[in-house]
Design a protein around this ligand. Structure first.
Ligand SMILES: [Zn+2]
Length: 365
């Protein structure tokens, strides 16, 4: 069985966190056999984790129907061993990646007059090893302090997204807060009305509200004042905030393409979508122009007058989103109009008149 171990040499680690890190490891082991097949069996894999969390820390509240009962839960022996008194919440700590969501959070909280600290956990996202450099750049533009923590993952599955990833990030962020007396309020750029809960498989379980609800309950049983906030409803909300500042917009991490392809794909697109009768394609730096995030962003920025309208590329972005629907959003298989497509990818955004005249067939054929 492959392993994804966390190695850390912290001078301050609350026992609860060690237990959560153990669960992270365990979660990787149990999910591994299912990783290569698109299957709803992923849900029964993670559900026992939630069951374990509840049974381990709030005896008697476990919900029925899962694989593990009170006697065979592997976490039955885990109990909180230290009670931490809450410190007055002085600071809001944003789990920061340098991406649009966490950047928008930091911008919003700063605007609201909060004292914001950014926390970055290096080593957990093996697919994007240079992510921290972008985080440093964005933090410096924001003028906010950034703490870069580090863990090491080993094993062949270290490149896979673990279903507990975000919870482990939050755990280490809380560890950082407690060790420095920064209060116990952690903020995360996940969405309350996003598709994550409808599509845990393709959006990842650690982004779901359900996982945060379970996590919050567990931590609050030890630290009553603990807060884990996910203030944003959807992706559109973060686009609206980030696009207010061009320098930030250009520097945030906003593309899903691997680093080694990104520039190449970007150049290809700029070359291809520059017909004589149209405006040149204006693509932001560090964007491939091919992934769904780049497509959604381009549509949003053009609709809001931030980028020039290159019709051919714009329609290509719509087409790409429509093409990806069956695999990325299978629960939206009934989409038949551009309005419905917008609702899936850009909730709350009104469609410009020039797009209203197009038919869905025009963007899918
Ligand atoms: Zn991209």
């Amino acid at each position: 069985m492959s392993s994804q171990r966390i190695i850390t040499d912290k001078h301050f680690v609350h026992p609860l966190f060690e237990q959560l890190v153990d669960m992270y490891y365990y979660c990787n082991m149990i999910s591994d056999p299912f990783y290569d097949c698109l299957s709803v069996s992923f849900h029964p894999v993670v559900n026992p984790l939630l069951e374990c969390l509840f049974l381990g820390f709030k005896k008697g509240t476990g919900r029925g129907g899962f694989s593990y009962g009170t006697t065979n839960s592997p976490f039955m022996n885990y109990r909180p061993r230290v009670l931490i008194s809450t410190v007055k919440d002085l600071v809001v700590v944003v789990c920061f990646s340098g991406g649009k969501d966490s950047t928008a959070l930091a911008m919003r909280l700063k605007e609201e007059g909060k004292t914001v600290c950014l926390y970055f956990l290096k080593g957990i996202n093996k697919s994007y090893p240079d992510e921290y450099k972008r985080a440093e750049k964005v933090a410096s533009i924001l003028g906010l302090p950034l703490y870069i923590d580090e863990i090491k993952l080993s094993g062949k599955s270290a490149f896979k997204e673990n279903p507990m990833k975000n919870q482990v990030v939050a755990t280490f962020a809380l560890n950082y807060c407690l060790s420095r007396g920064l209060g116990t309020t952690i903020v995360f750029g996940d969405f309350t009305e996003d598709t994550a809960d409808k599509a845990a498989w393709d959006r990842n379980w650690s982004d779901t509200v359900e996982m945060w609800d379970a996590y919050r309950t567990v931590i609050q049983s030890i630290i009553p004042g603990f807060q884990l906030l996910t203030p944003f409803k959807n992706y559109t909300e973060t686009l609206a905030i980030v696009s207010k500042n061009r320098e930030i917009l250009e520097n945030v991490q906003g593309c899903l393409a691997p680093m080694r392809f990104r520039e190449h794909w970007r150049e290809q697109n700029i070359k291809k979508y520059h017909p004589n009768f149209q405006v040149p394609l204006e693509l932001l730096p560090h964007r491939c122009g091919n992934c769904w995030k780049c497509c959604v962003e381009y549509i949003y920025l053009v609709d809001n007058g931030i980028l020039e309208y290159n019709m051919a590329f714009y329609v290509r972005c719509l087409r790409r989103l429509a093409d990806k629907l069956p695999t990325e959003h299978p629960y939206h298989s009934g989409v038949k109009t551009i309005e419905e497509l917008y609702k899936v990818y850009l909730p709350g955004v009104s469609i410009p008149d020039r797009i209203k005249v197009m038919t869905y067939g025009q963007v899918t054929s």
